[in-house]
Design a protein around this ligand. Structure first.
Ligand SMILES: NC(=O)c1ccc[n+]([C@@H]2O[C@H](COP(=O)([O-])OP(=O)(O)OC[C@H]3O[C@@H](n4cnc5c(N)ncnc54)[C@H](OP(=O)(O)O)[C@@H]3O)[C@@H](O)[C@H]2O)c1
Length: 257
């Protein structure tokens, strides 16, 4: 119960990495506010968690809607009385060569992945700084190996995730004196609806697997555990950095097998 007494906001919690991260926080005693557009999926998660006594509330929101984000944080604060940790996990990709990408698709990816990080962080700051405890408060964003590498057919996604990591570094510097740690996890390939769509294109799955030293696609739990570490008191002196959860992909020029 590492997070008993803590309140955590997790965006993108209706699916994949965000869903698992929210569930693990609840298992570890946190009160969890889950955010995404699909309320039914969030309600299903809240109900699963309540079966074992976990405390979780659902808030339907589009993270590209600045006004709605502010409303959600105000509701969470009213419902739980404090906000200690914010994990911004919502994200999308649109696949295709850059020269064929429609401007609307570019905007959707940049708005959902990058602009929303600014919206959520800007809003979260007011609440995180109110929470004065022995341990620091935490803002954690989700980058990608696409932060660092050029993923084919994913120009907007890579641009957005590169931006997310630059944004968290700048915020980490600005907020350090207020004892708010700002970090990102950068997953490699993890089994979720988002990656399954991408891995199905042509020979992508085999090509990706051949780049991963550990030889397999990761689980949502692999990423959730890294997020929980960065959110914990054990990470109070870690800020402005990224934790890669990628089976070694970003370290490999090539693999032995
Ligand atoms: N899976 C991977 O291999 C991988 C690798 C690197 C990084 N990541 C990153 O990890 C994060 C989670 O991805 P995932 O793989 O778990 O994908 P996923 O299963 O497709 O989940 C994406 C989540 O984002 C939410 N979302 C998307 N657009 C939203 C919007 N406009 N407003 C609110 N919520 C929105 C979705 O909820 P609703 O549809 O209900 O709104 C859903 O909960 C993303 O940032 C992704 O870029 C994933």
């Amino acid at each position: 119960m590492r997070f008993a007494e803590k309140t955590v906001v997790v965006t993108g919690a209706s699916s994949g990495i965000g869903r698992r991260t929210a569930a693990v926080f609840a298992q570890e005693g946190a009160k969890v506010a889950v955010v995404a557009r699909r309320k039914q999926e969030l309600d299903a998660l809240c109900s699963e968690v309540s079966d074992y006594g976990g405390i979780m509330n659902a808030y339907a929101a589009d993270v590209t809607d600045w006004k709605r984000i502010r409303e959600v944080f105000e509701c969470v604060y009213k419902d739980f009385g404090r906000i200690d940790i914010v994990v911004h996990c919502a994200g999308v990709t649109v696949k295709g060569p850059v020269q064929e990408m429609e401007p609307e698709d570019w905007d959707r990816v940049l708005d959902t992945n990058l602009k929303s990080t600014y919206y959520v962080a800007k809003t979260a700051h007011e609440y995180l700084k109110r929470t004065k405890e022995e341990e620091n408060t935490k803002f954690i964003a989700v980058g990608s190996v696409g932060t660092y590498l050029g993923i084919p057919l994913s120009a907007a996604y890579c641009a957005s995730k590169g931006g997310v990591v630059q944004l968290i570094k700048a915020m980490a510097v600005e907020w350090a004196a207020q004892q708010i740690n700002v970090n990102a996890v950068c997953p490699g390939y993890v089994r979720t609806p988002l990656s399954e769509g991408a891995l199905k294109i042509g020979q992508t799955r085999q090509k990706v697997l051949s780049r991963i030293p550990m030889g397999y696609i990761g689980s949502t739990d692999d990423v959730a555990q890294a997020v929980l570490f960065l959110a914990s008191g054990q990470a109070d002196y870690i800020t402005g950095t990224t934790l890669n959860v990628d089976g070694g992909l970003l370290s490999a020029a090539y693999t032995l097998d």
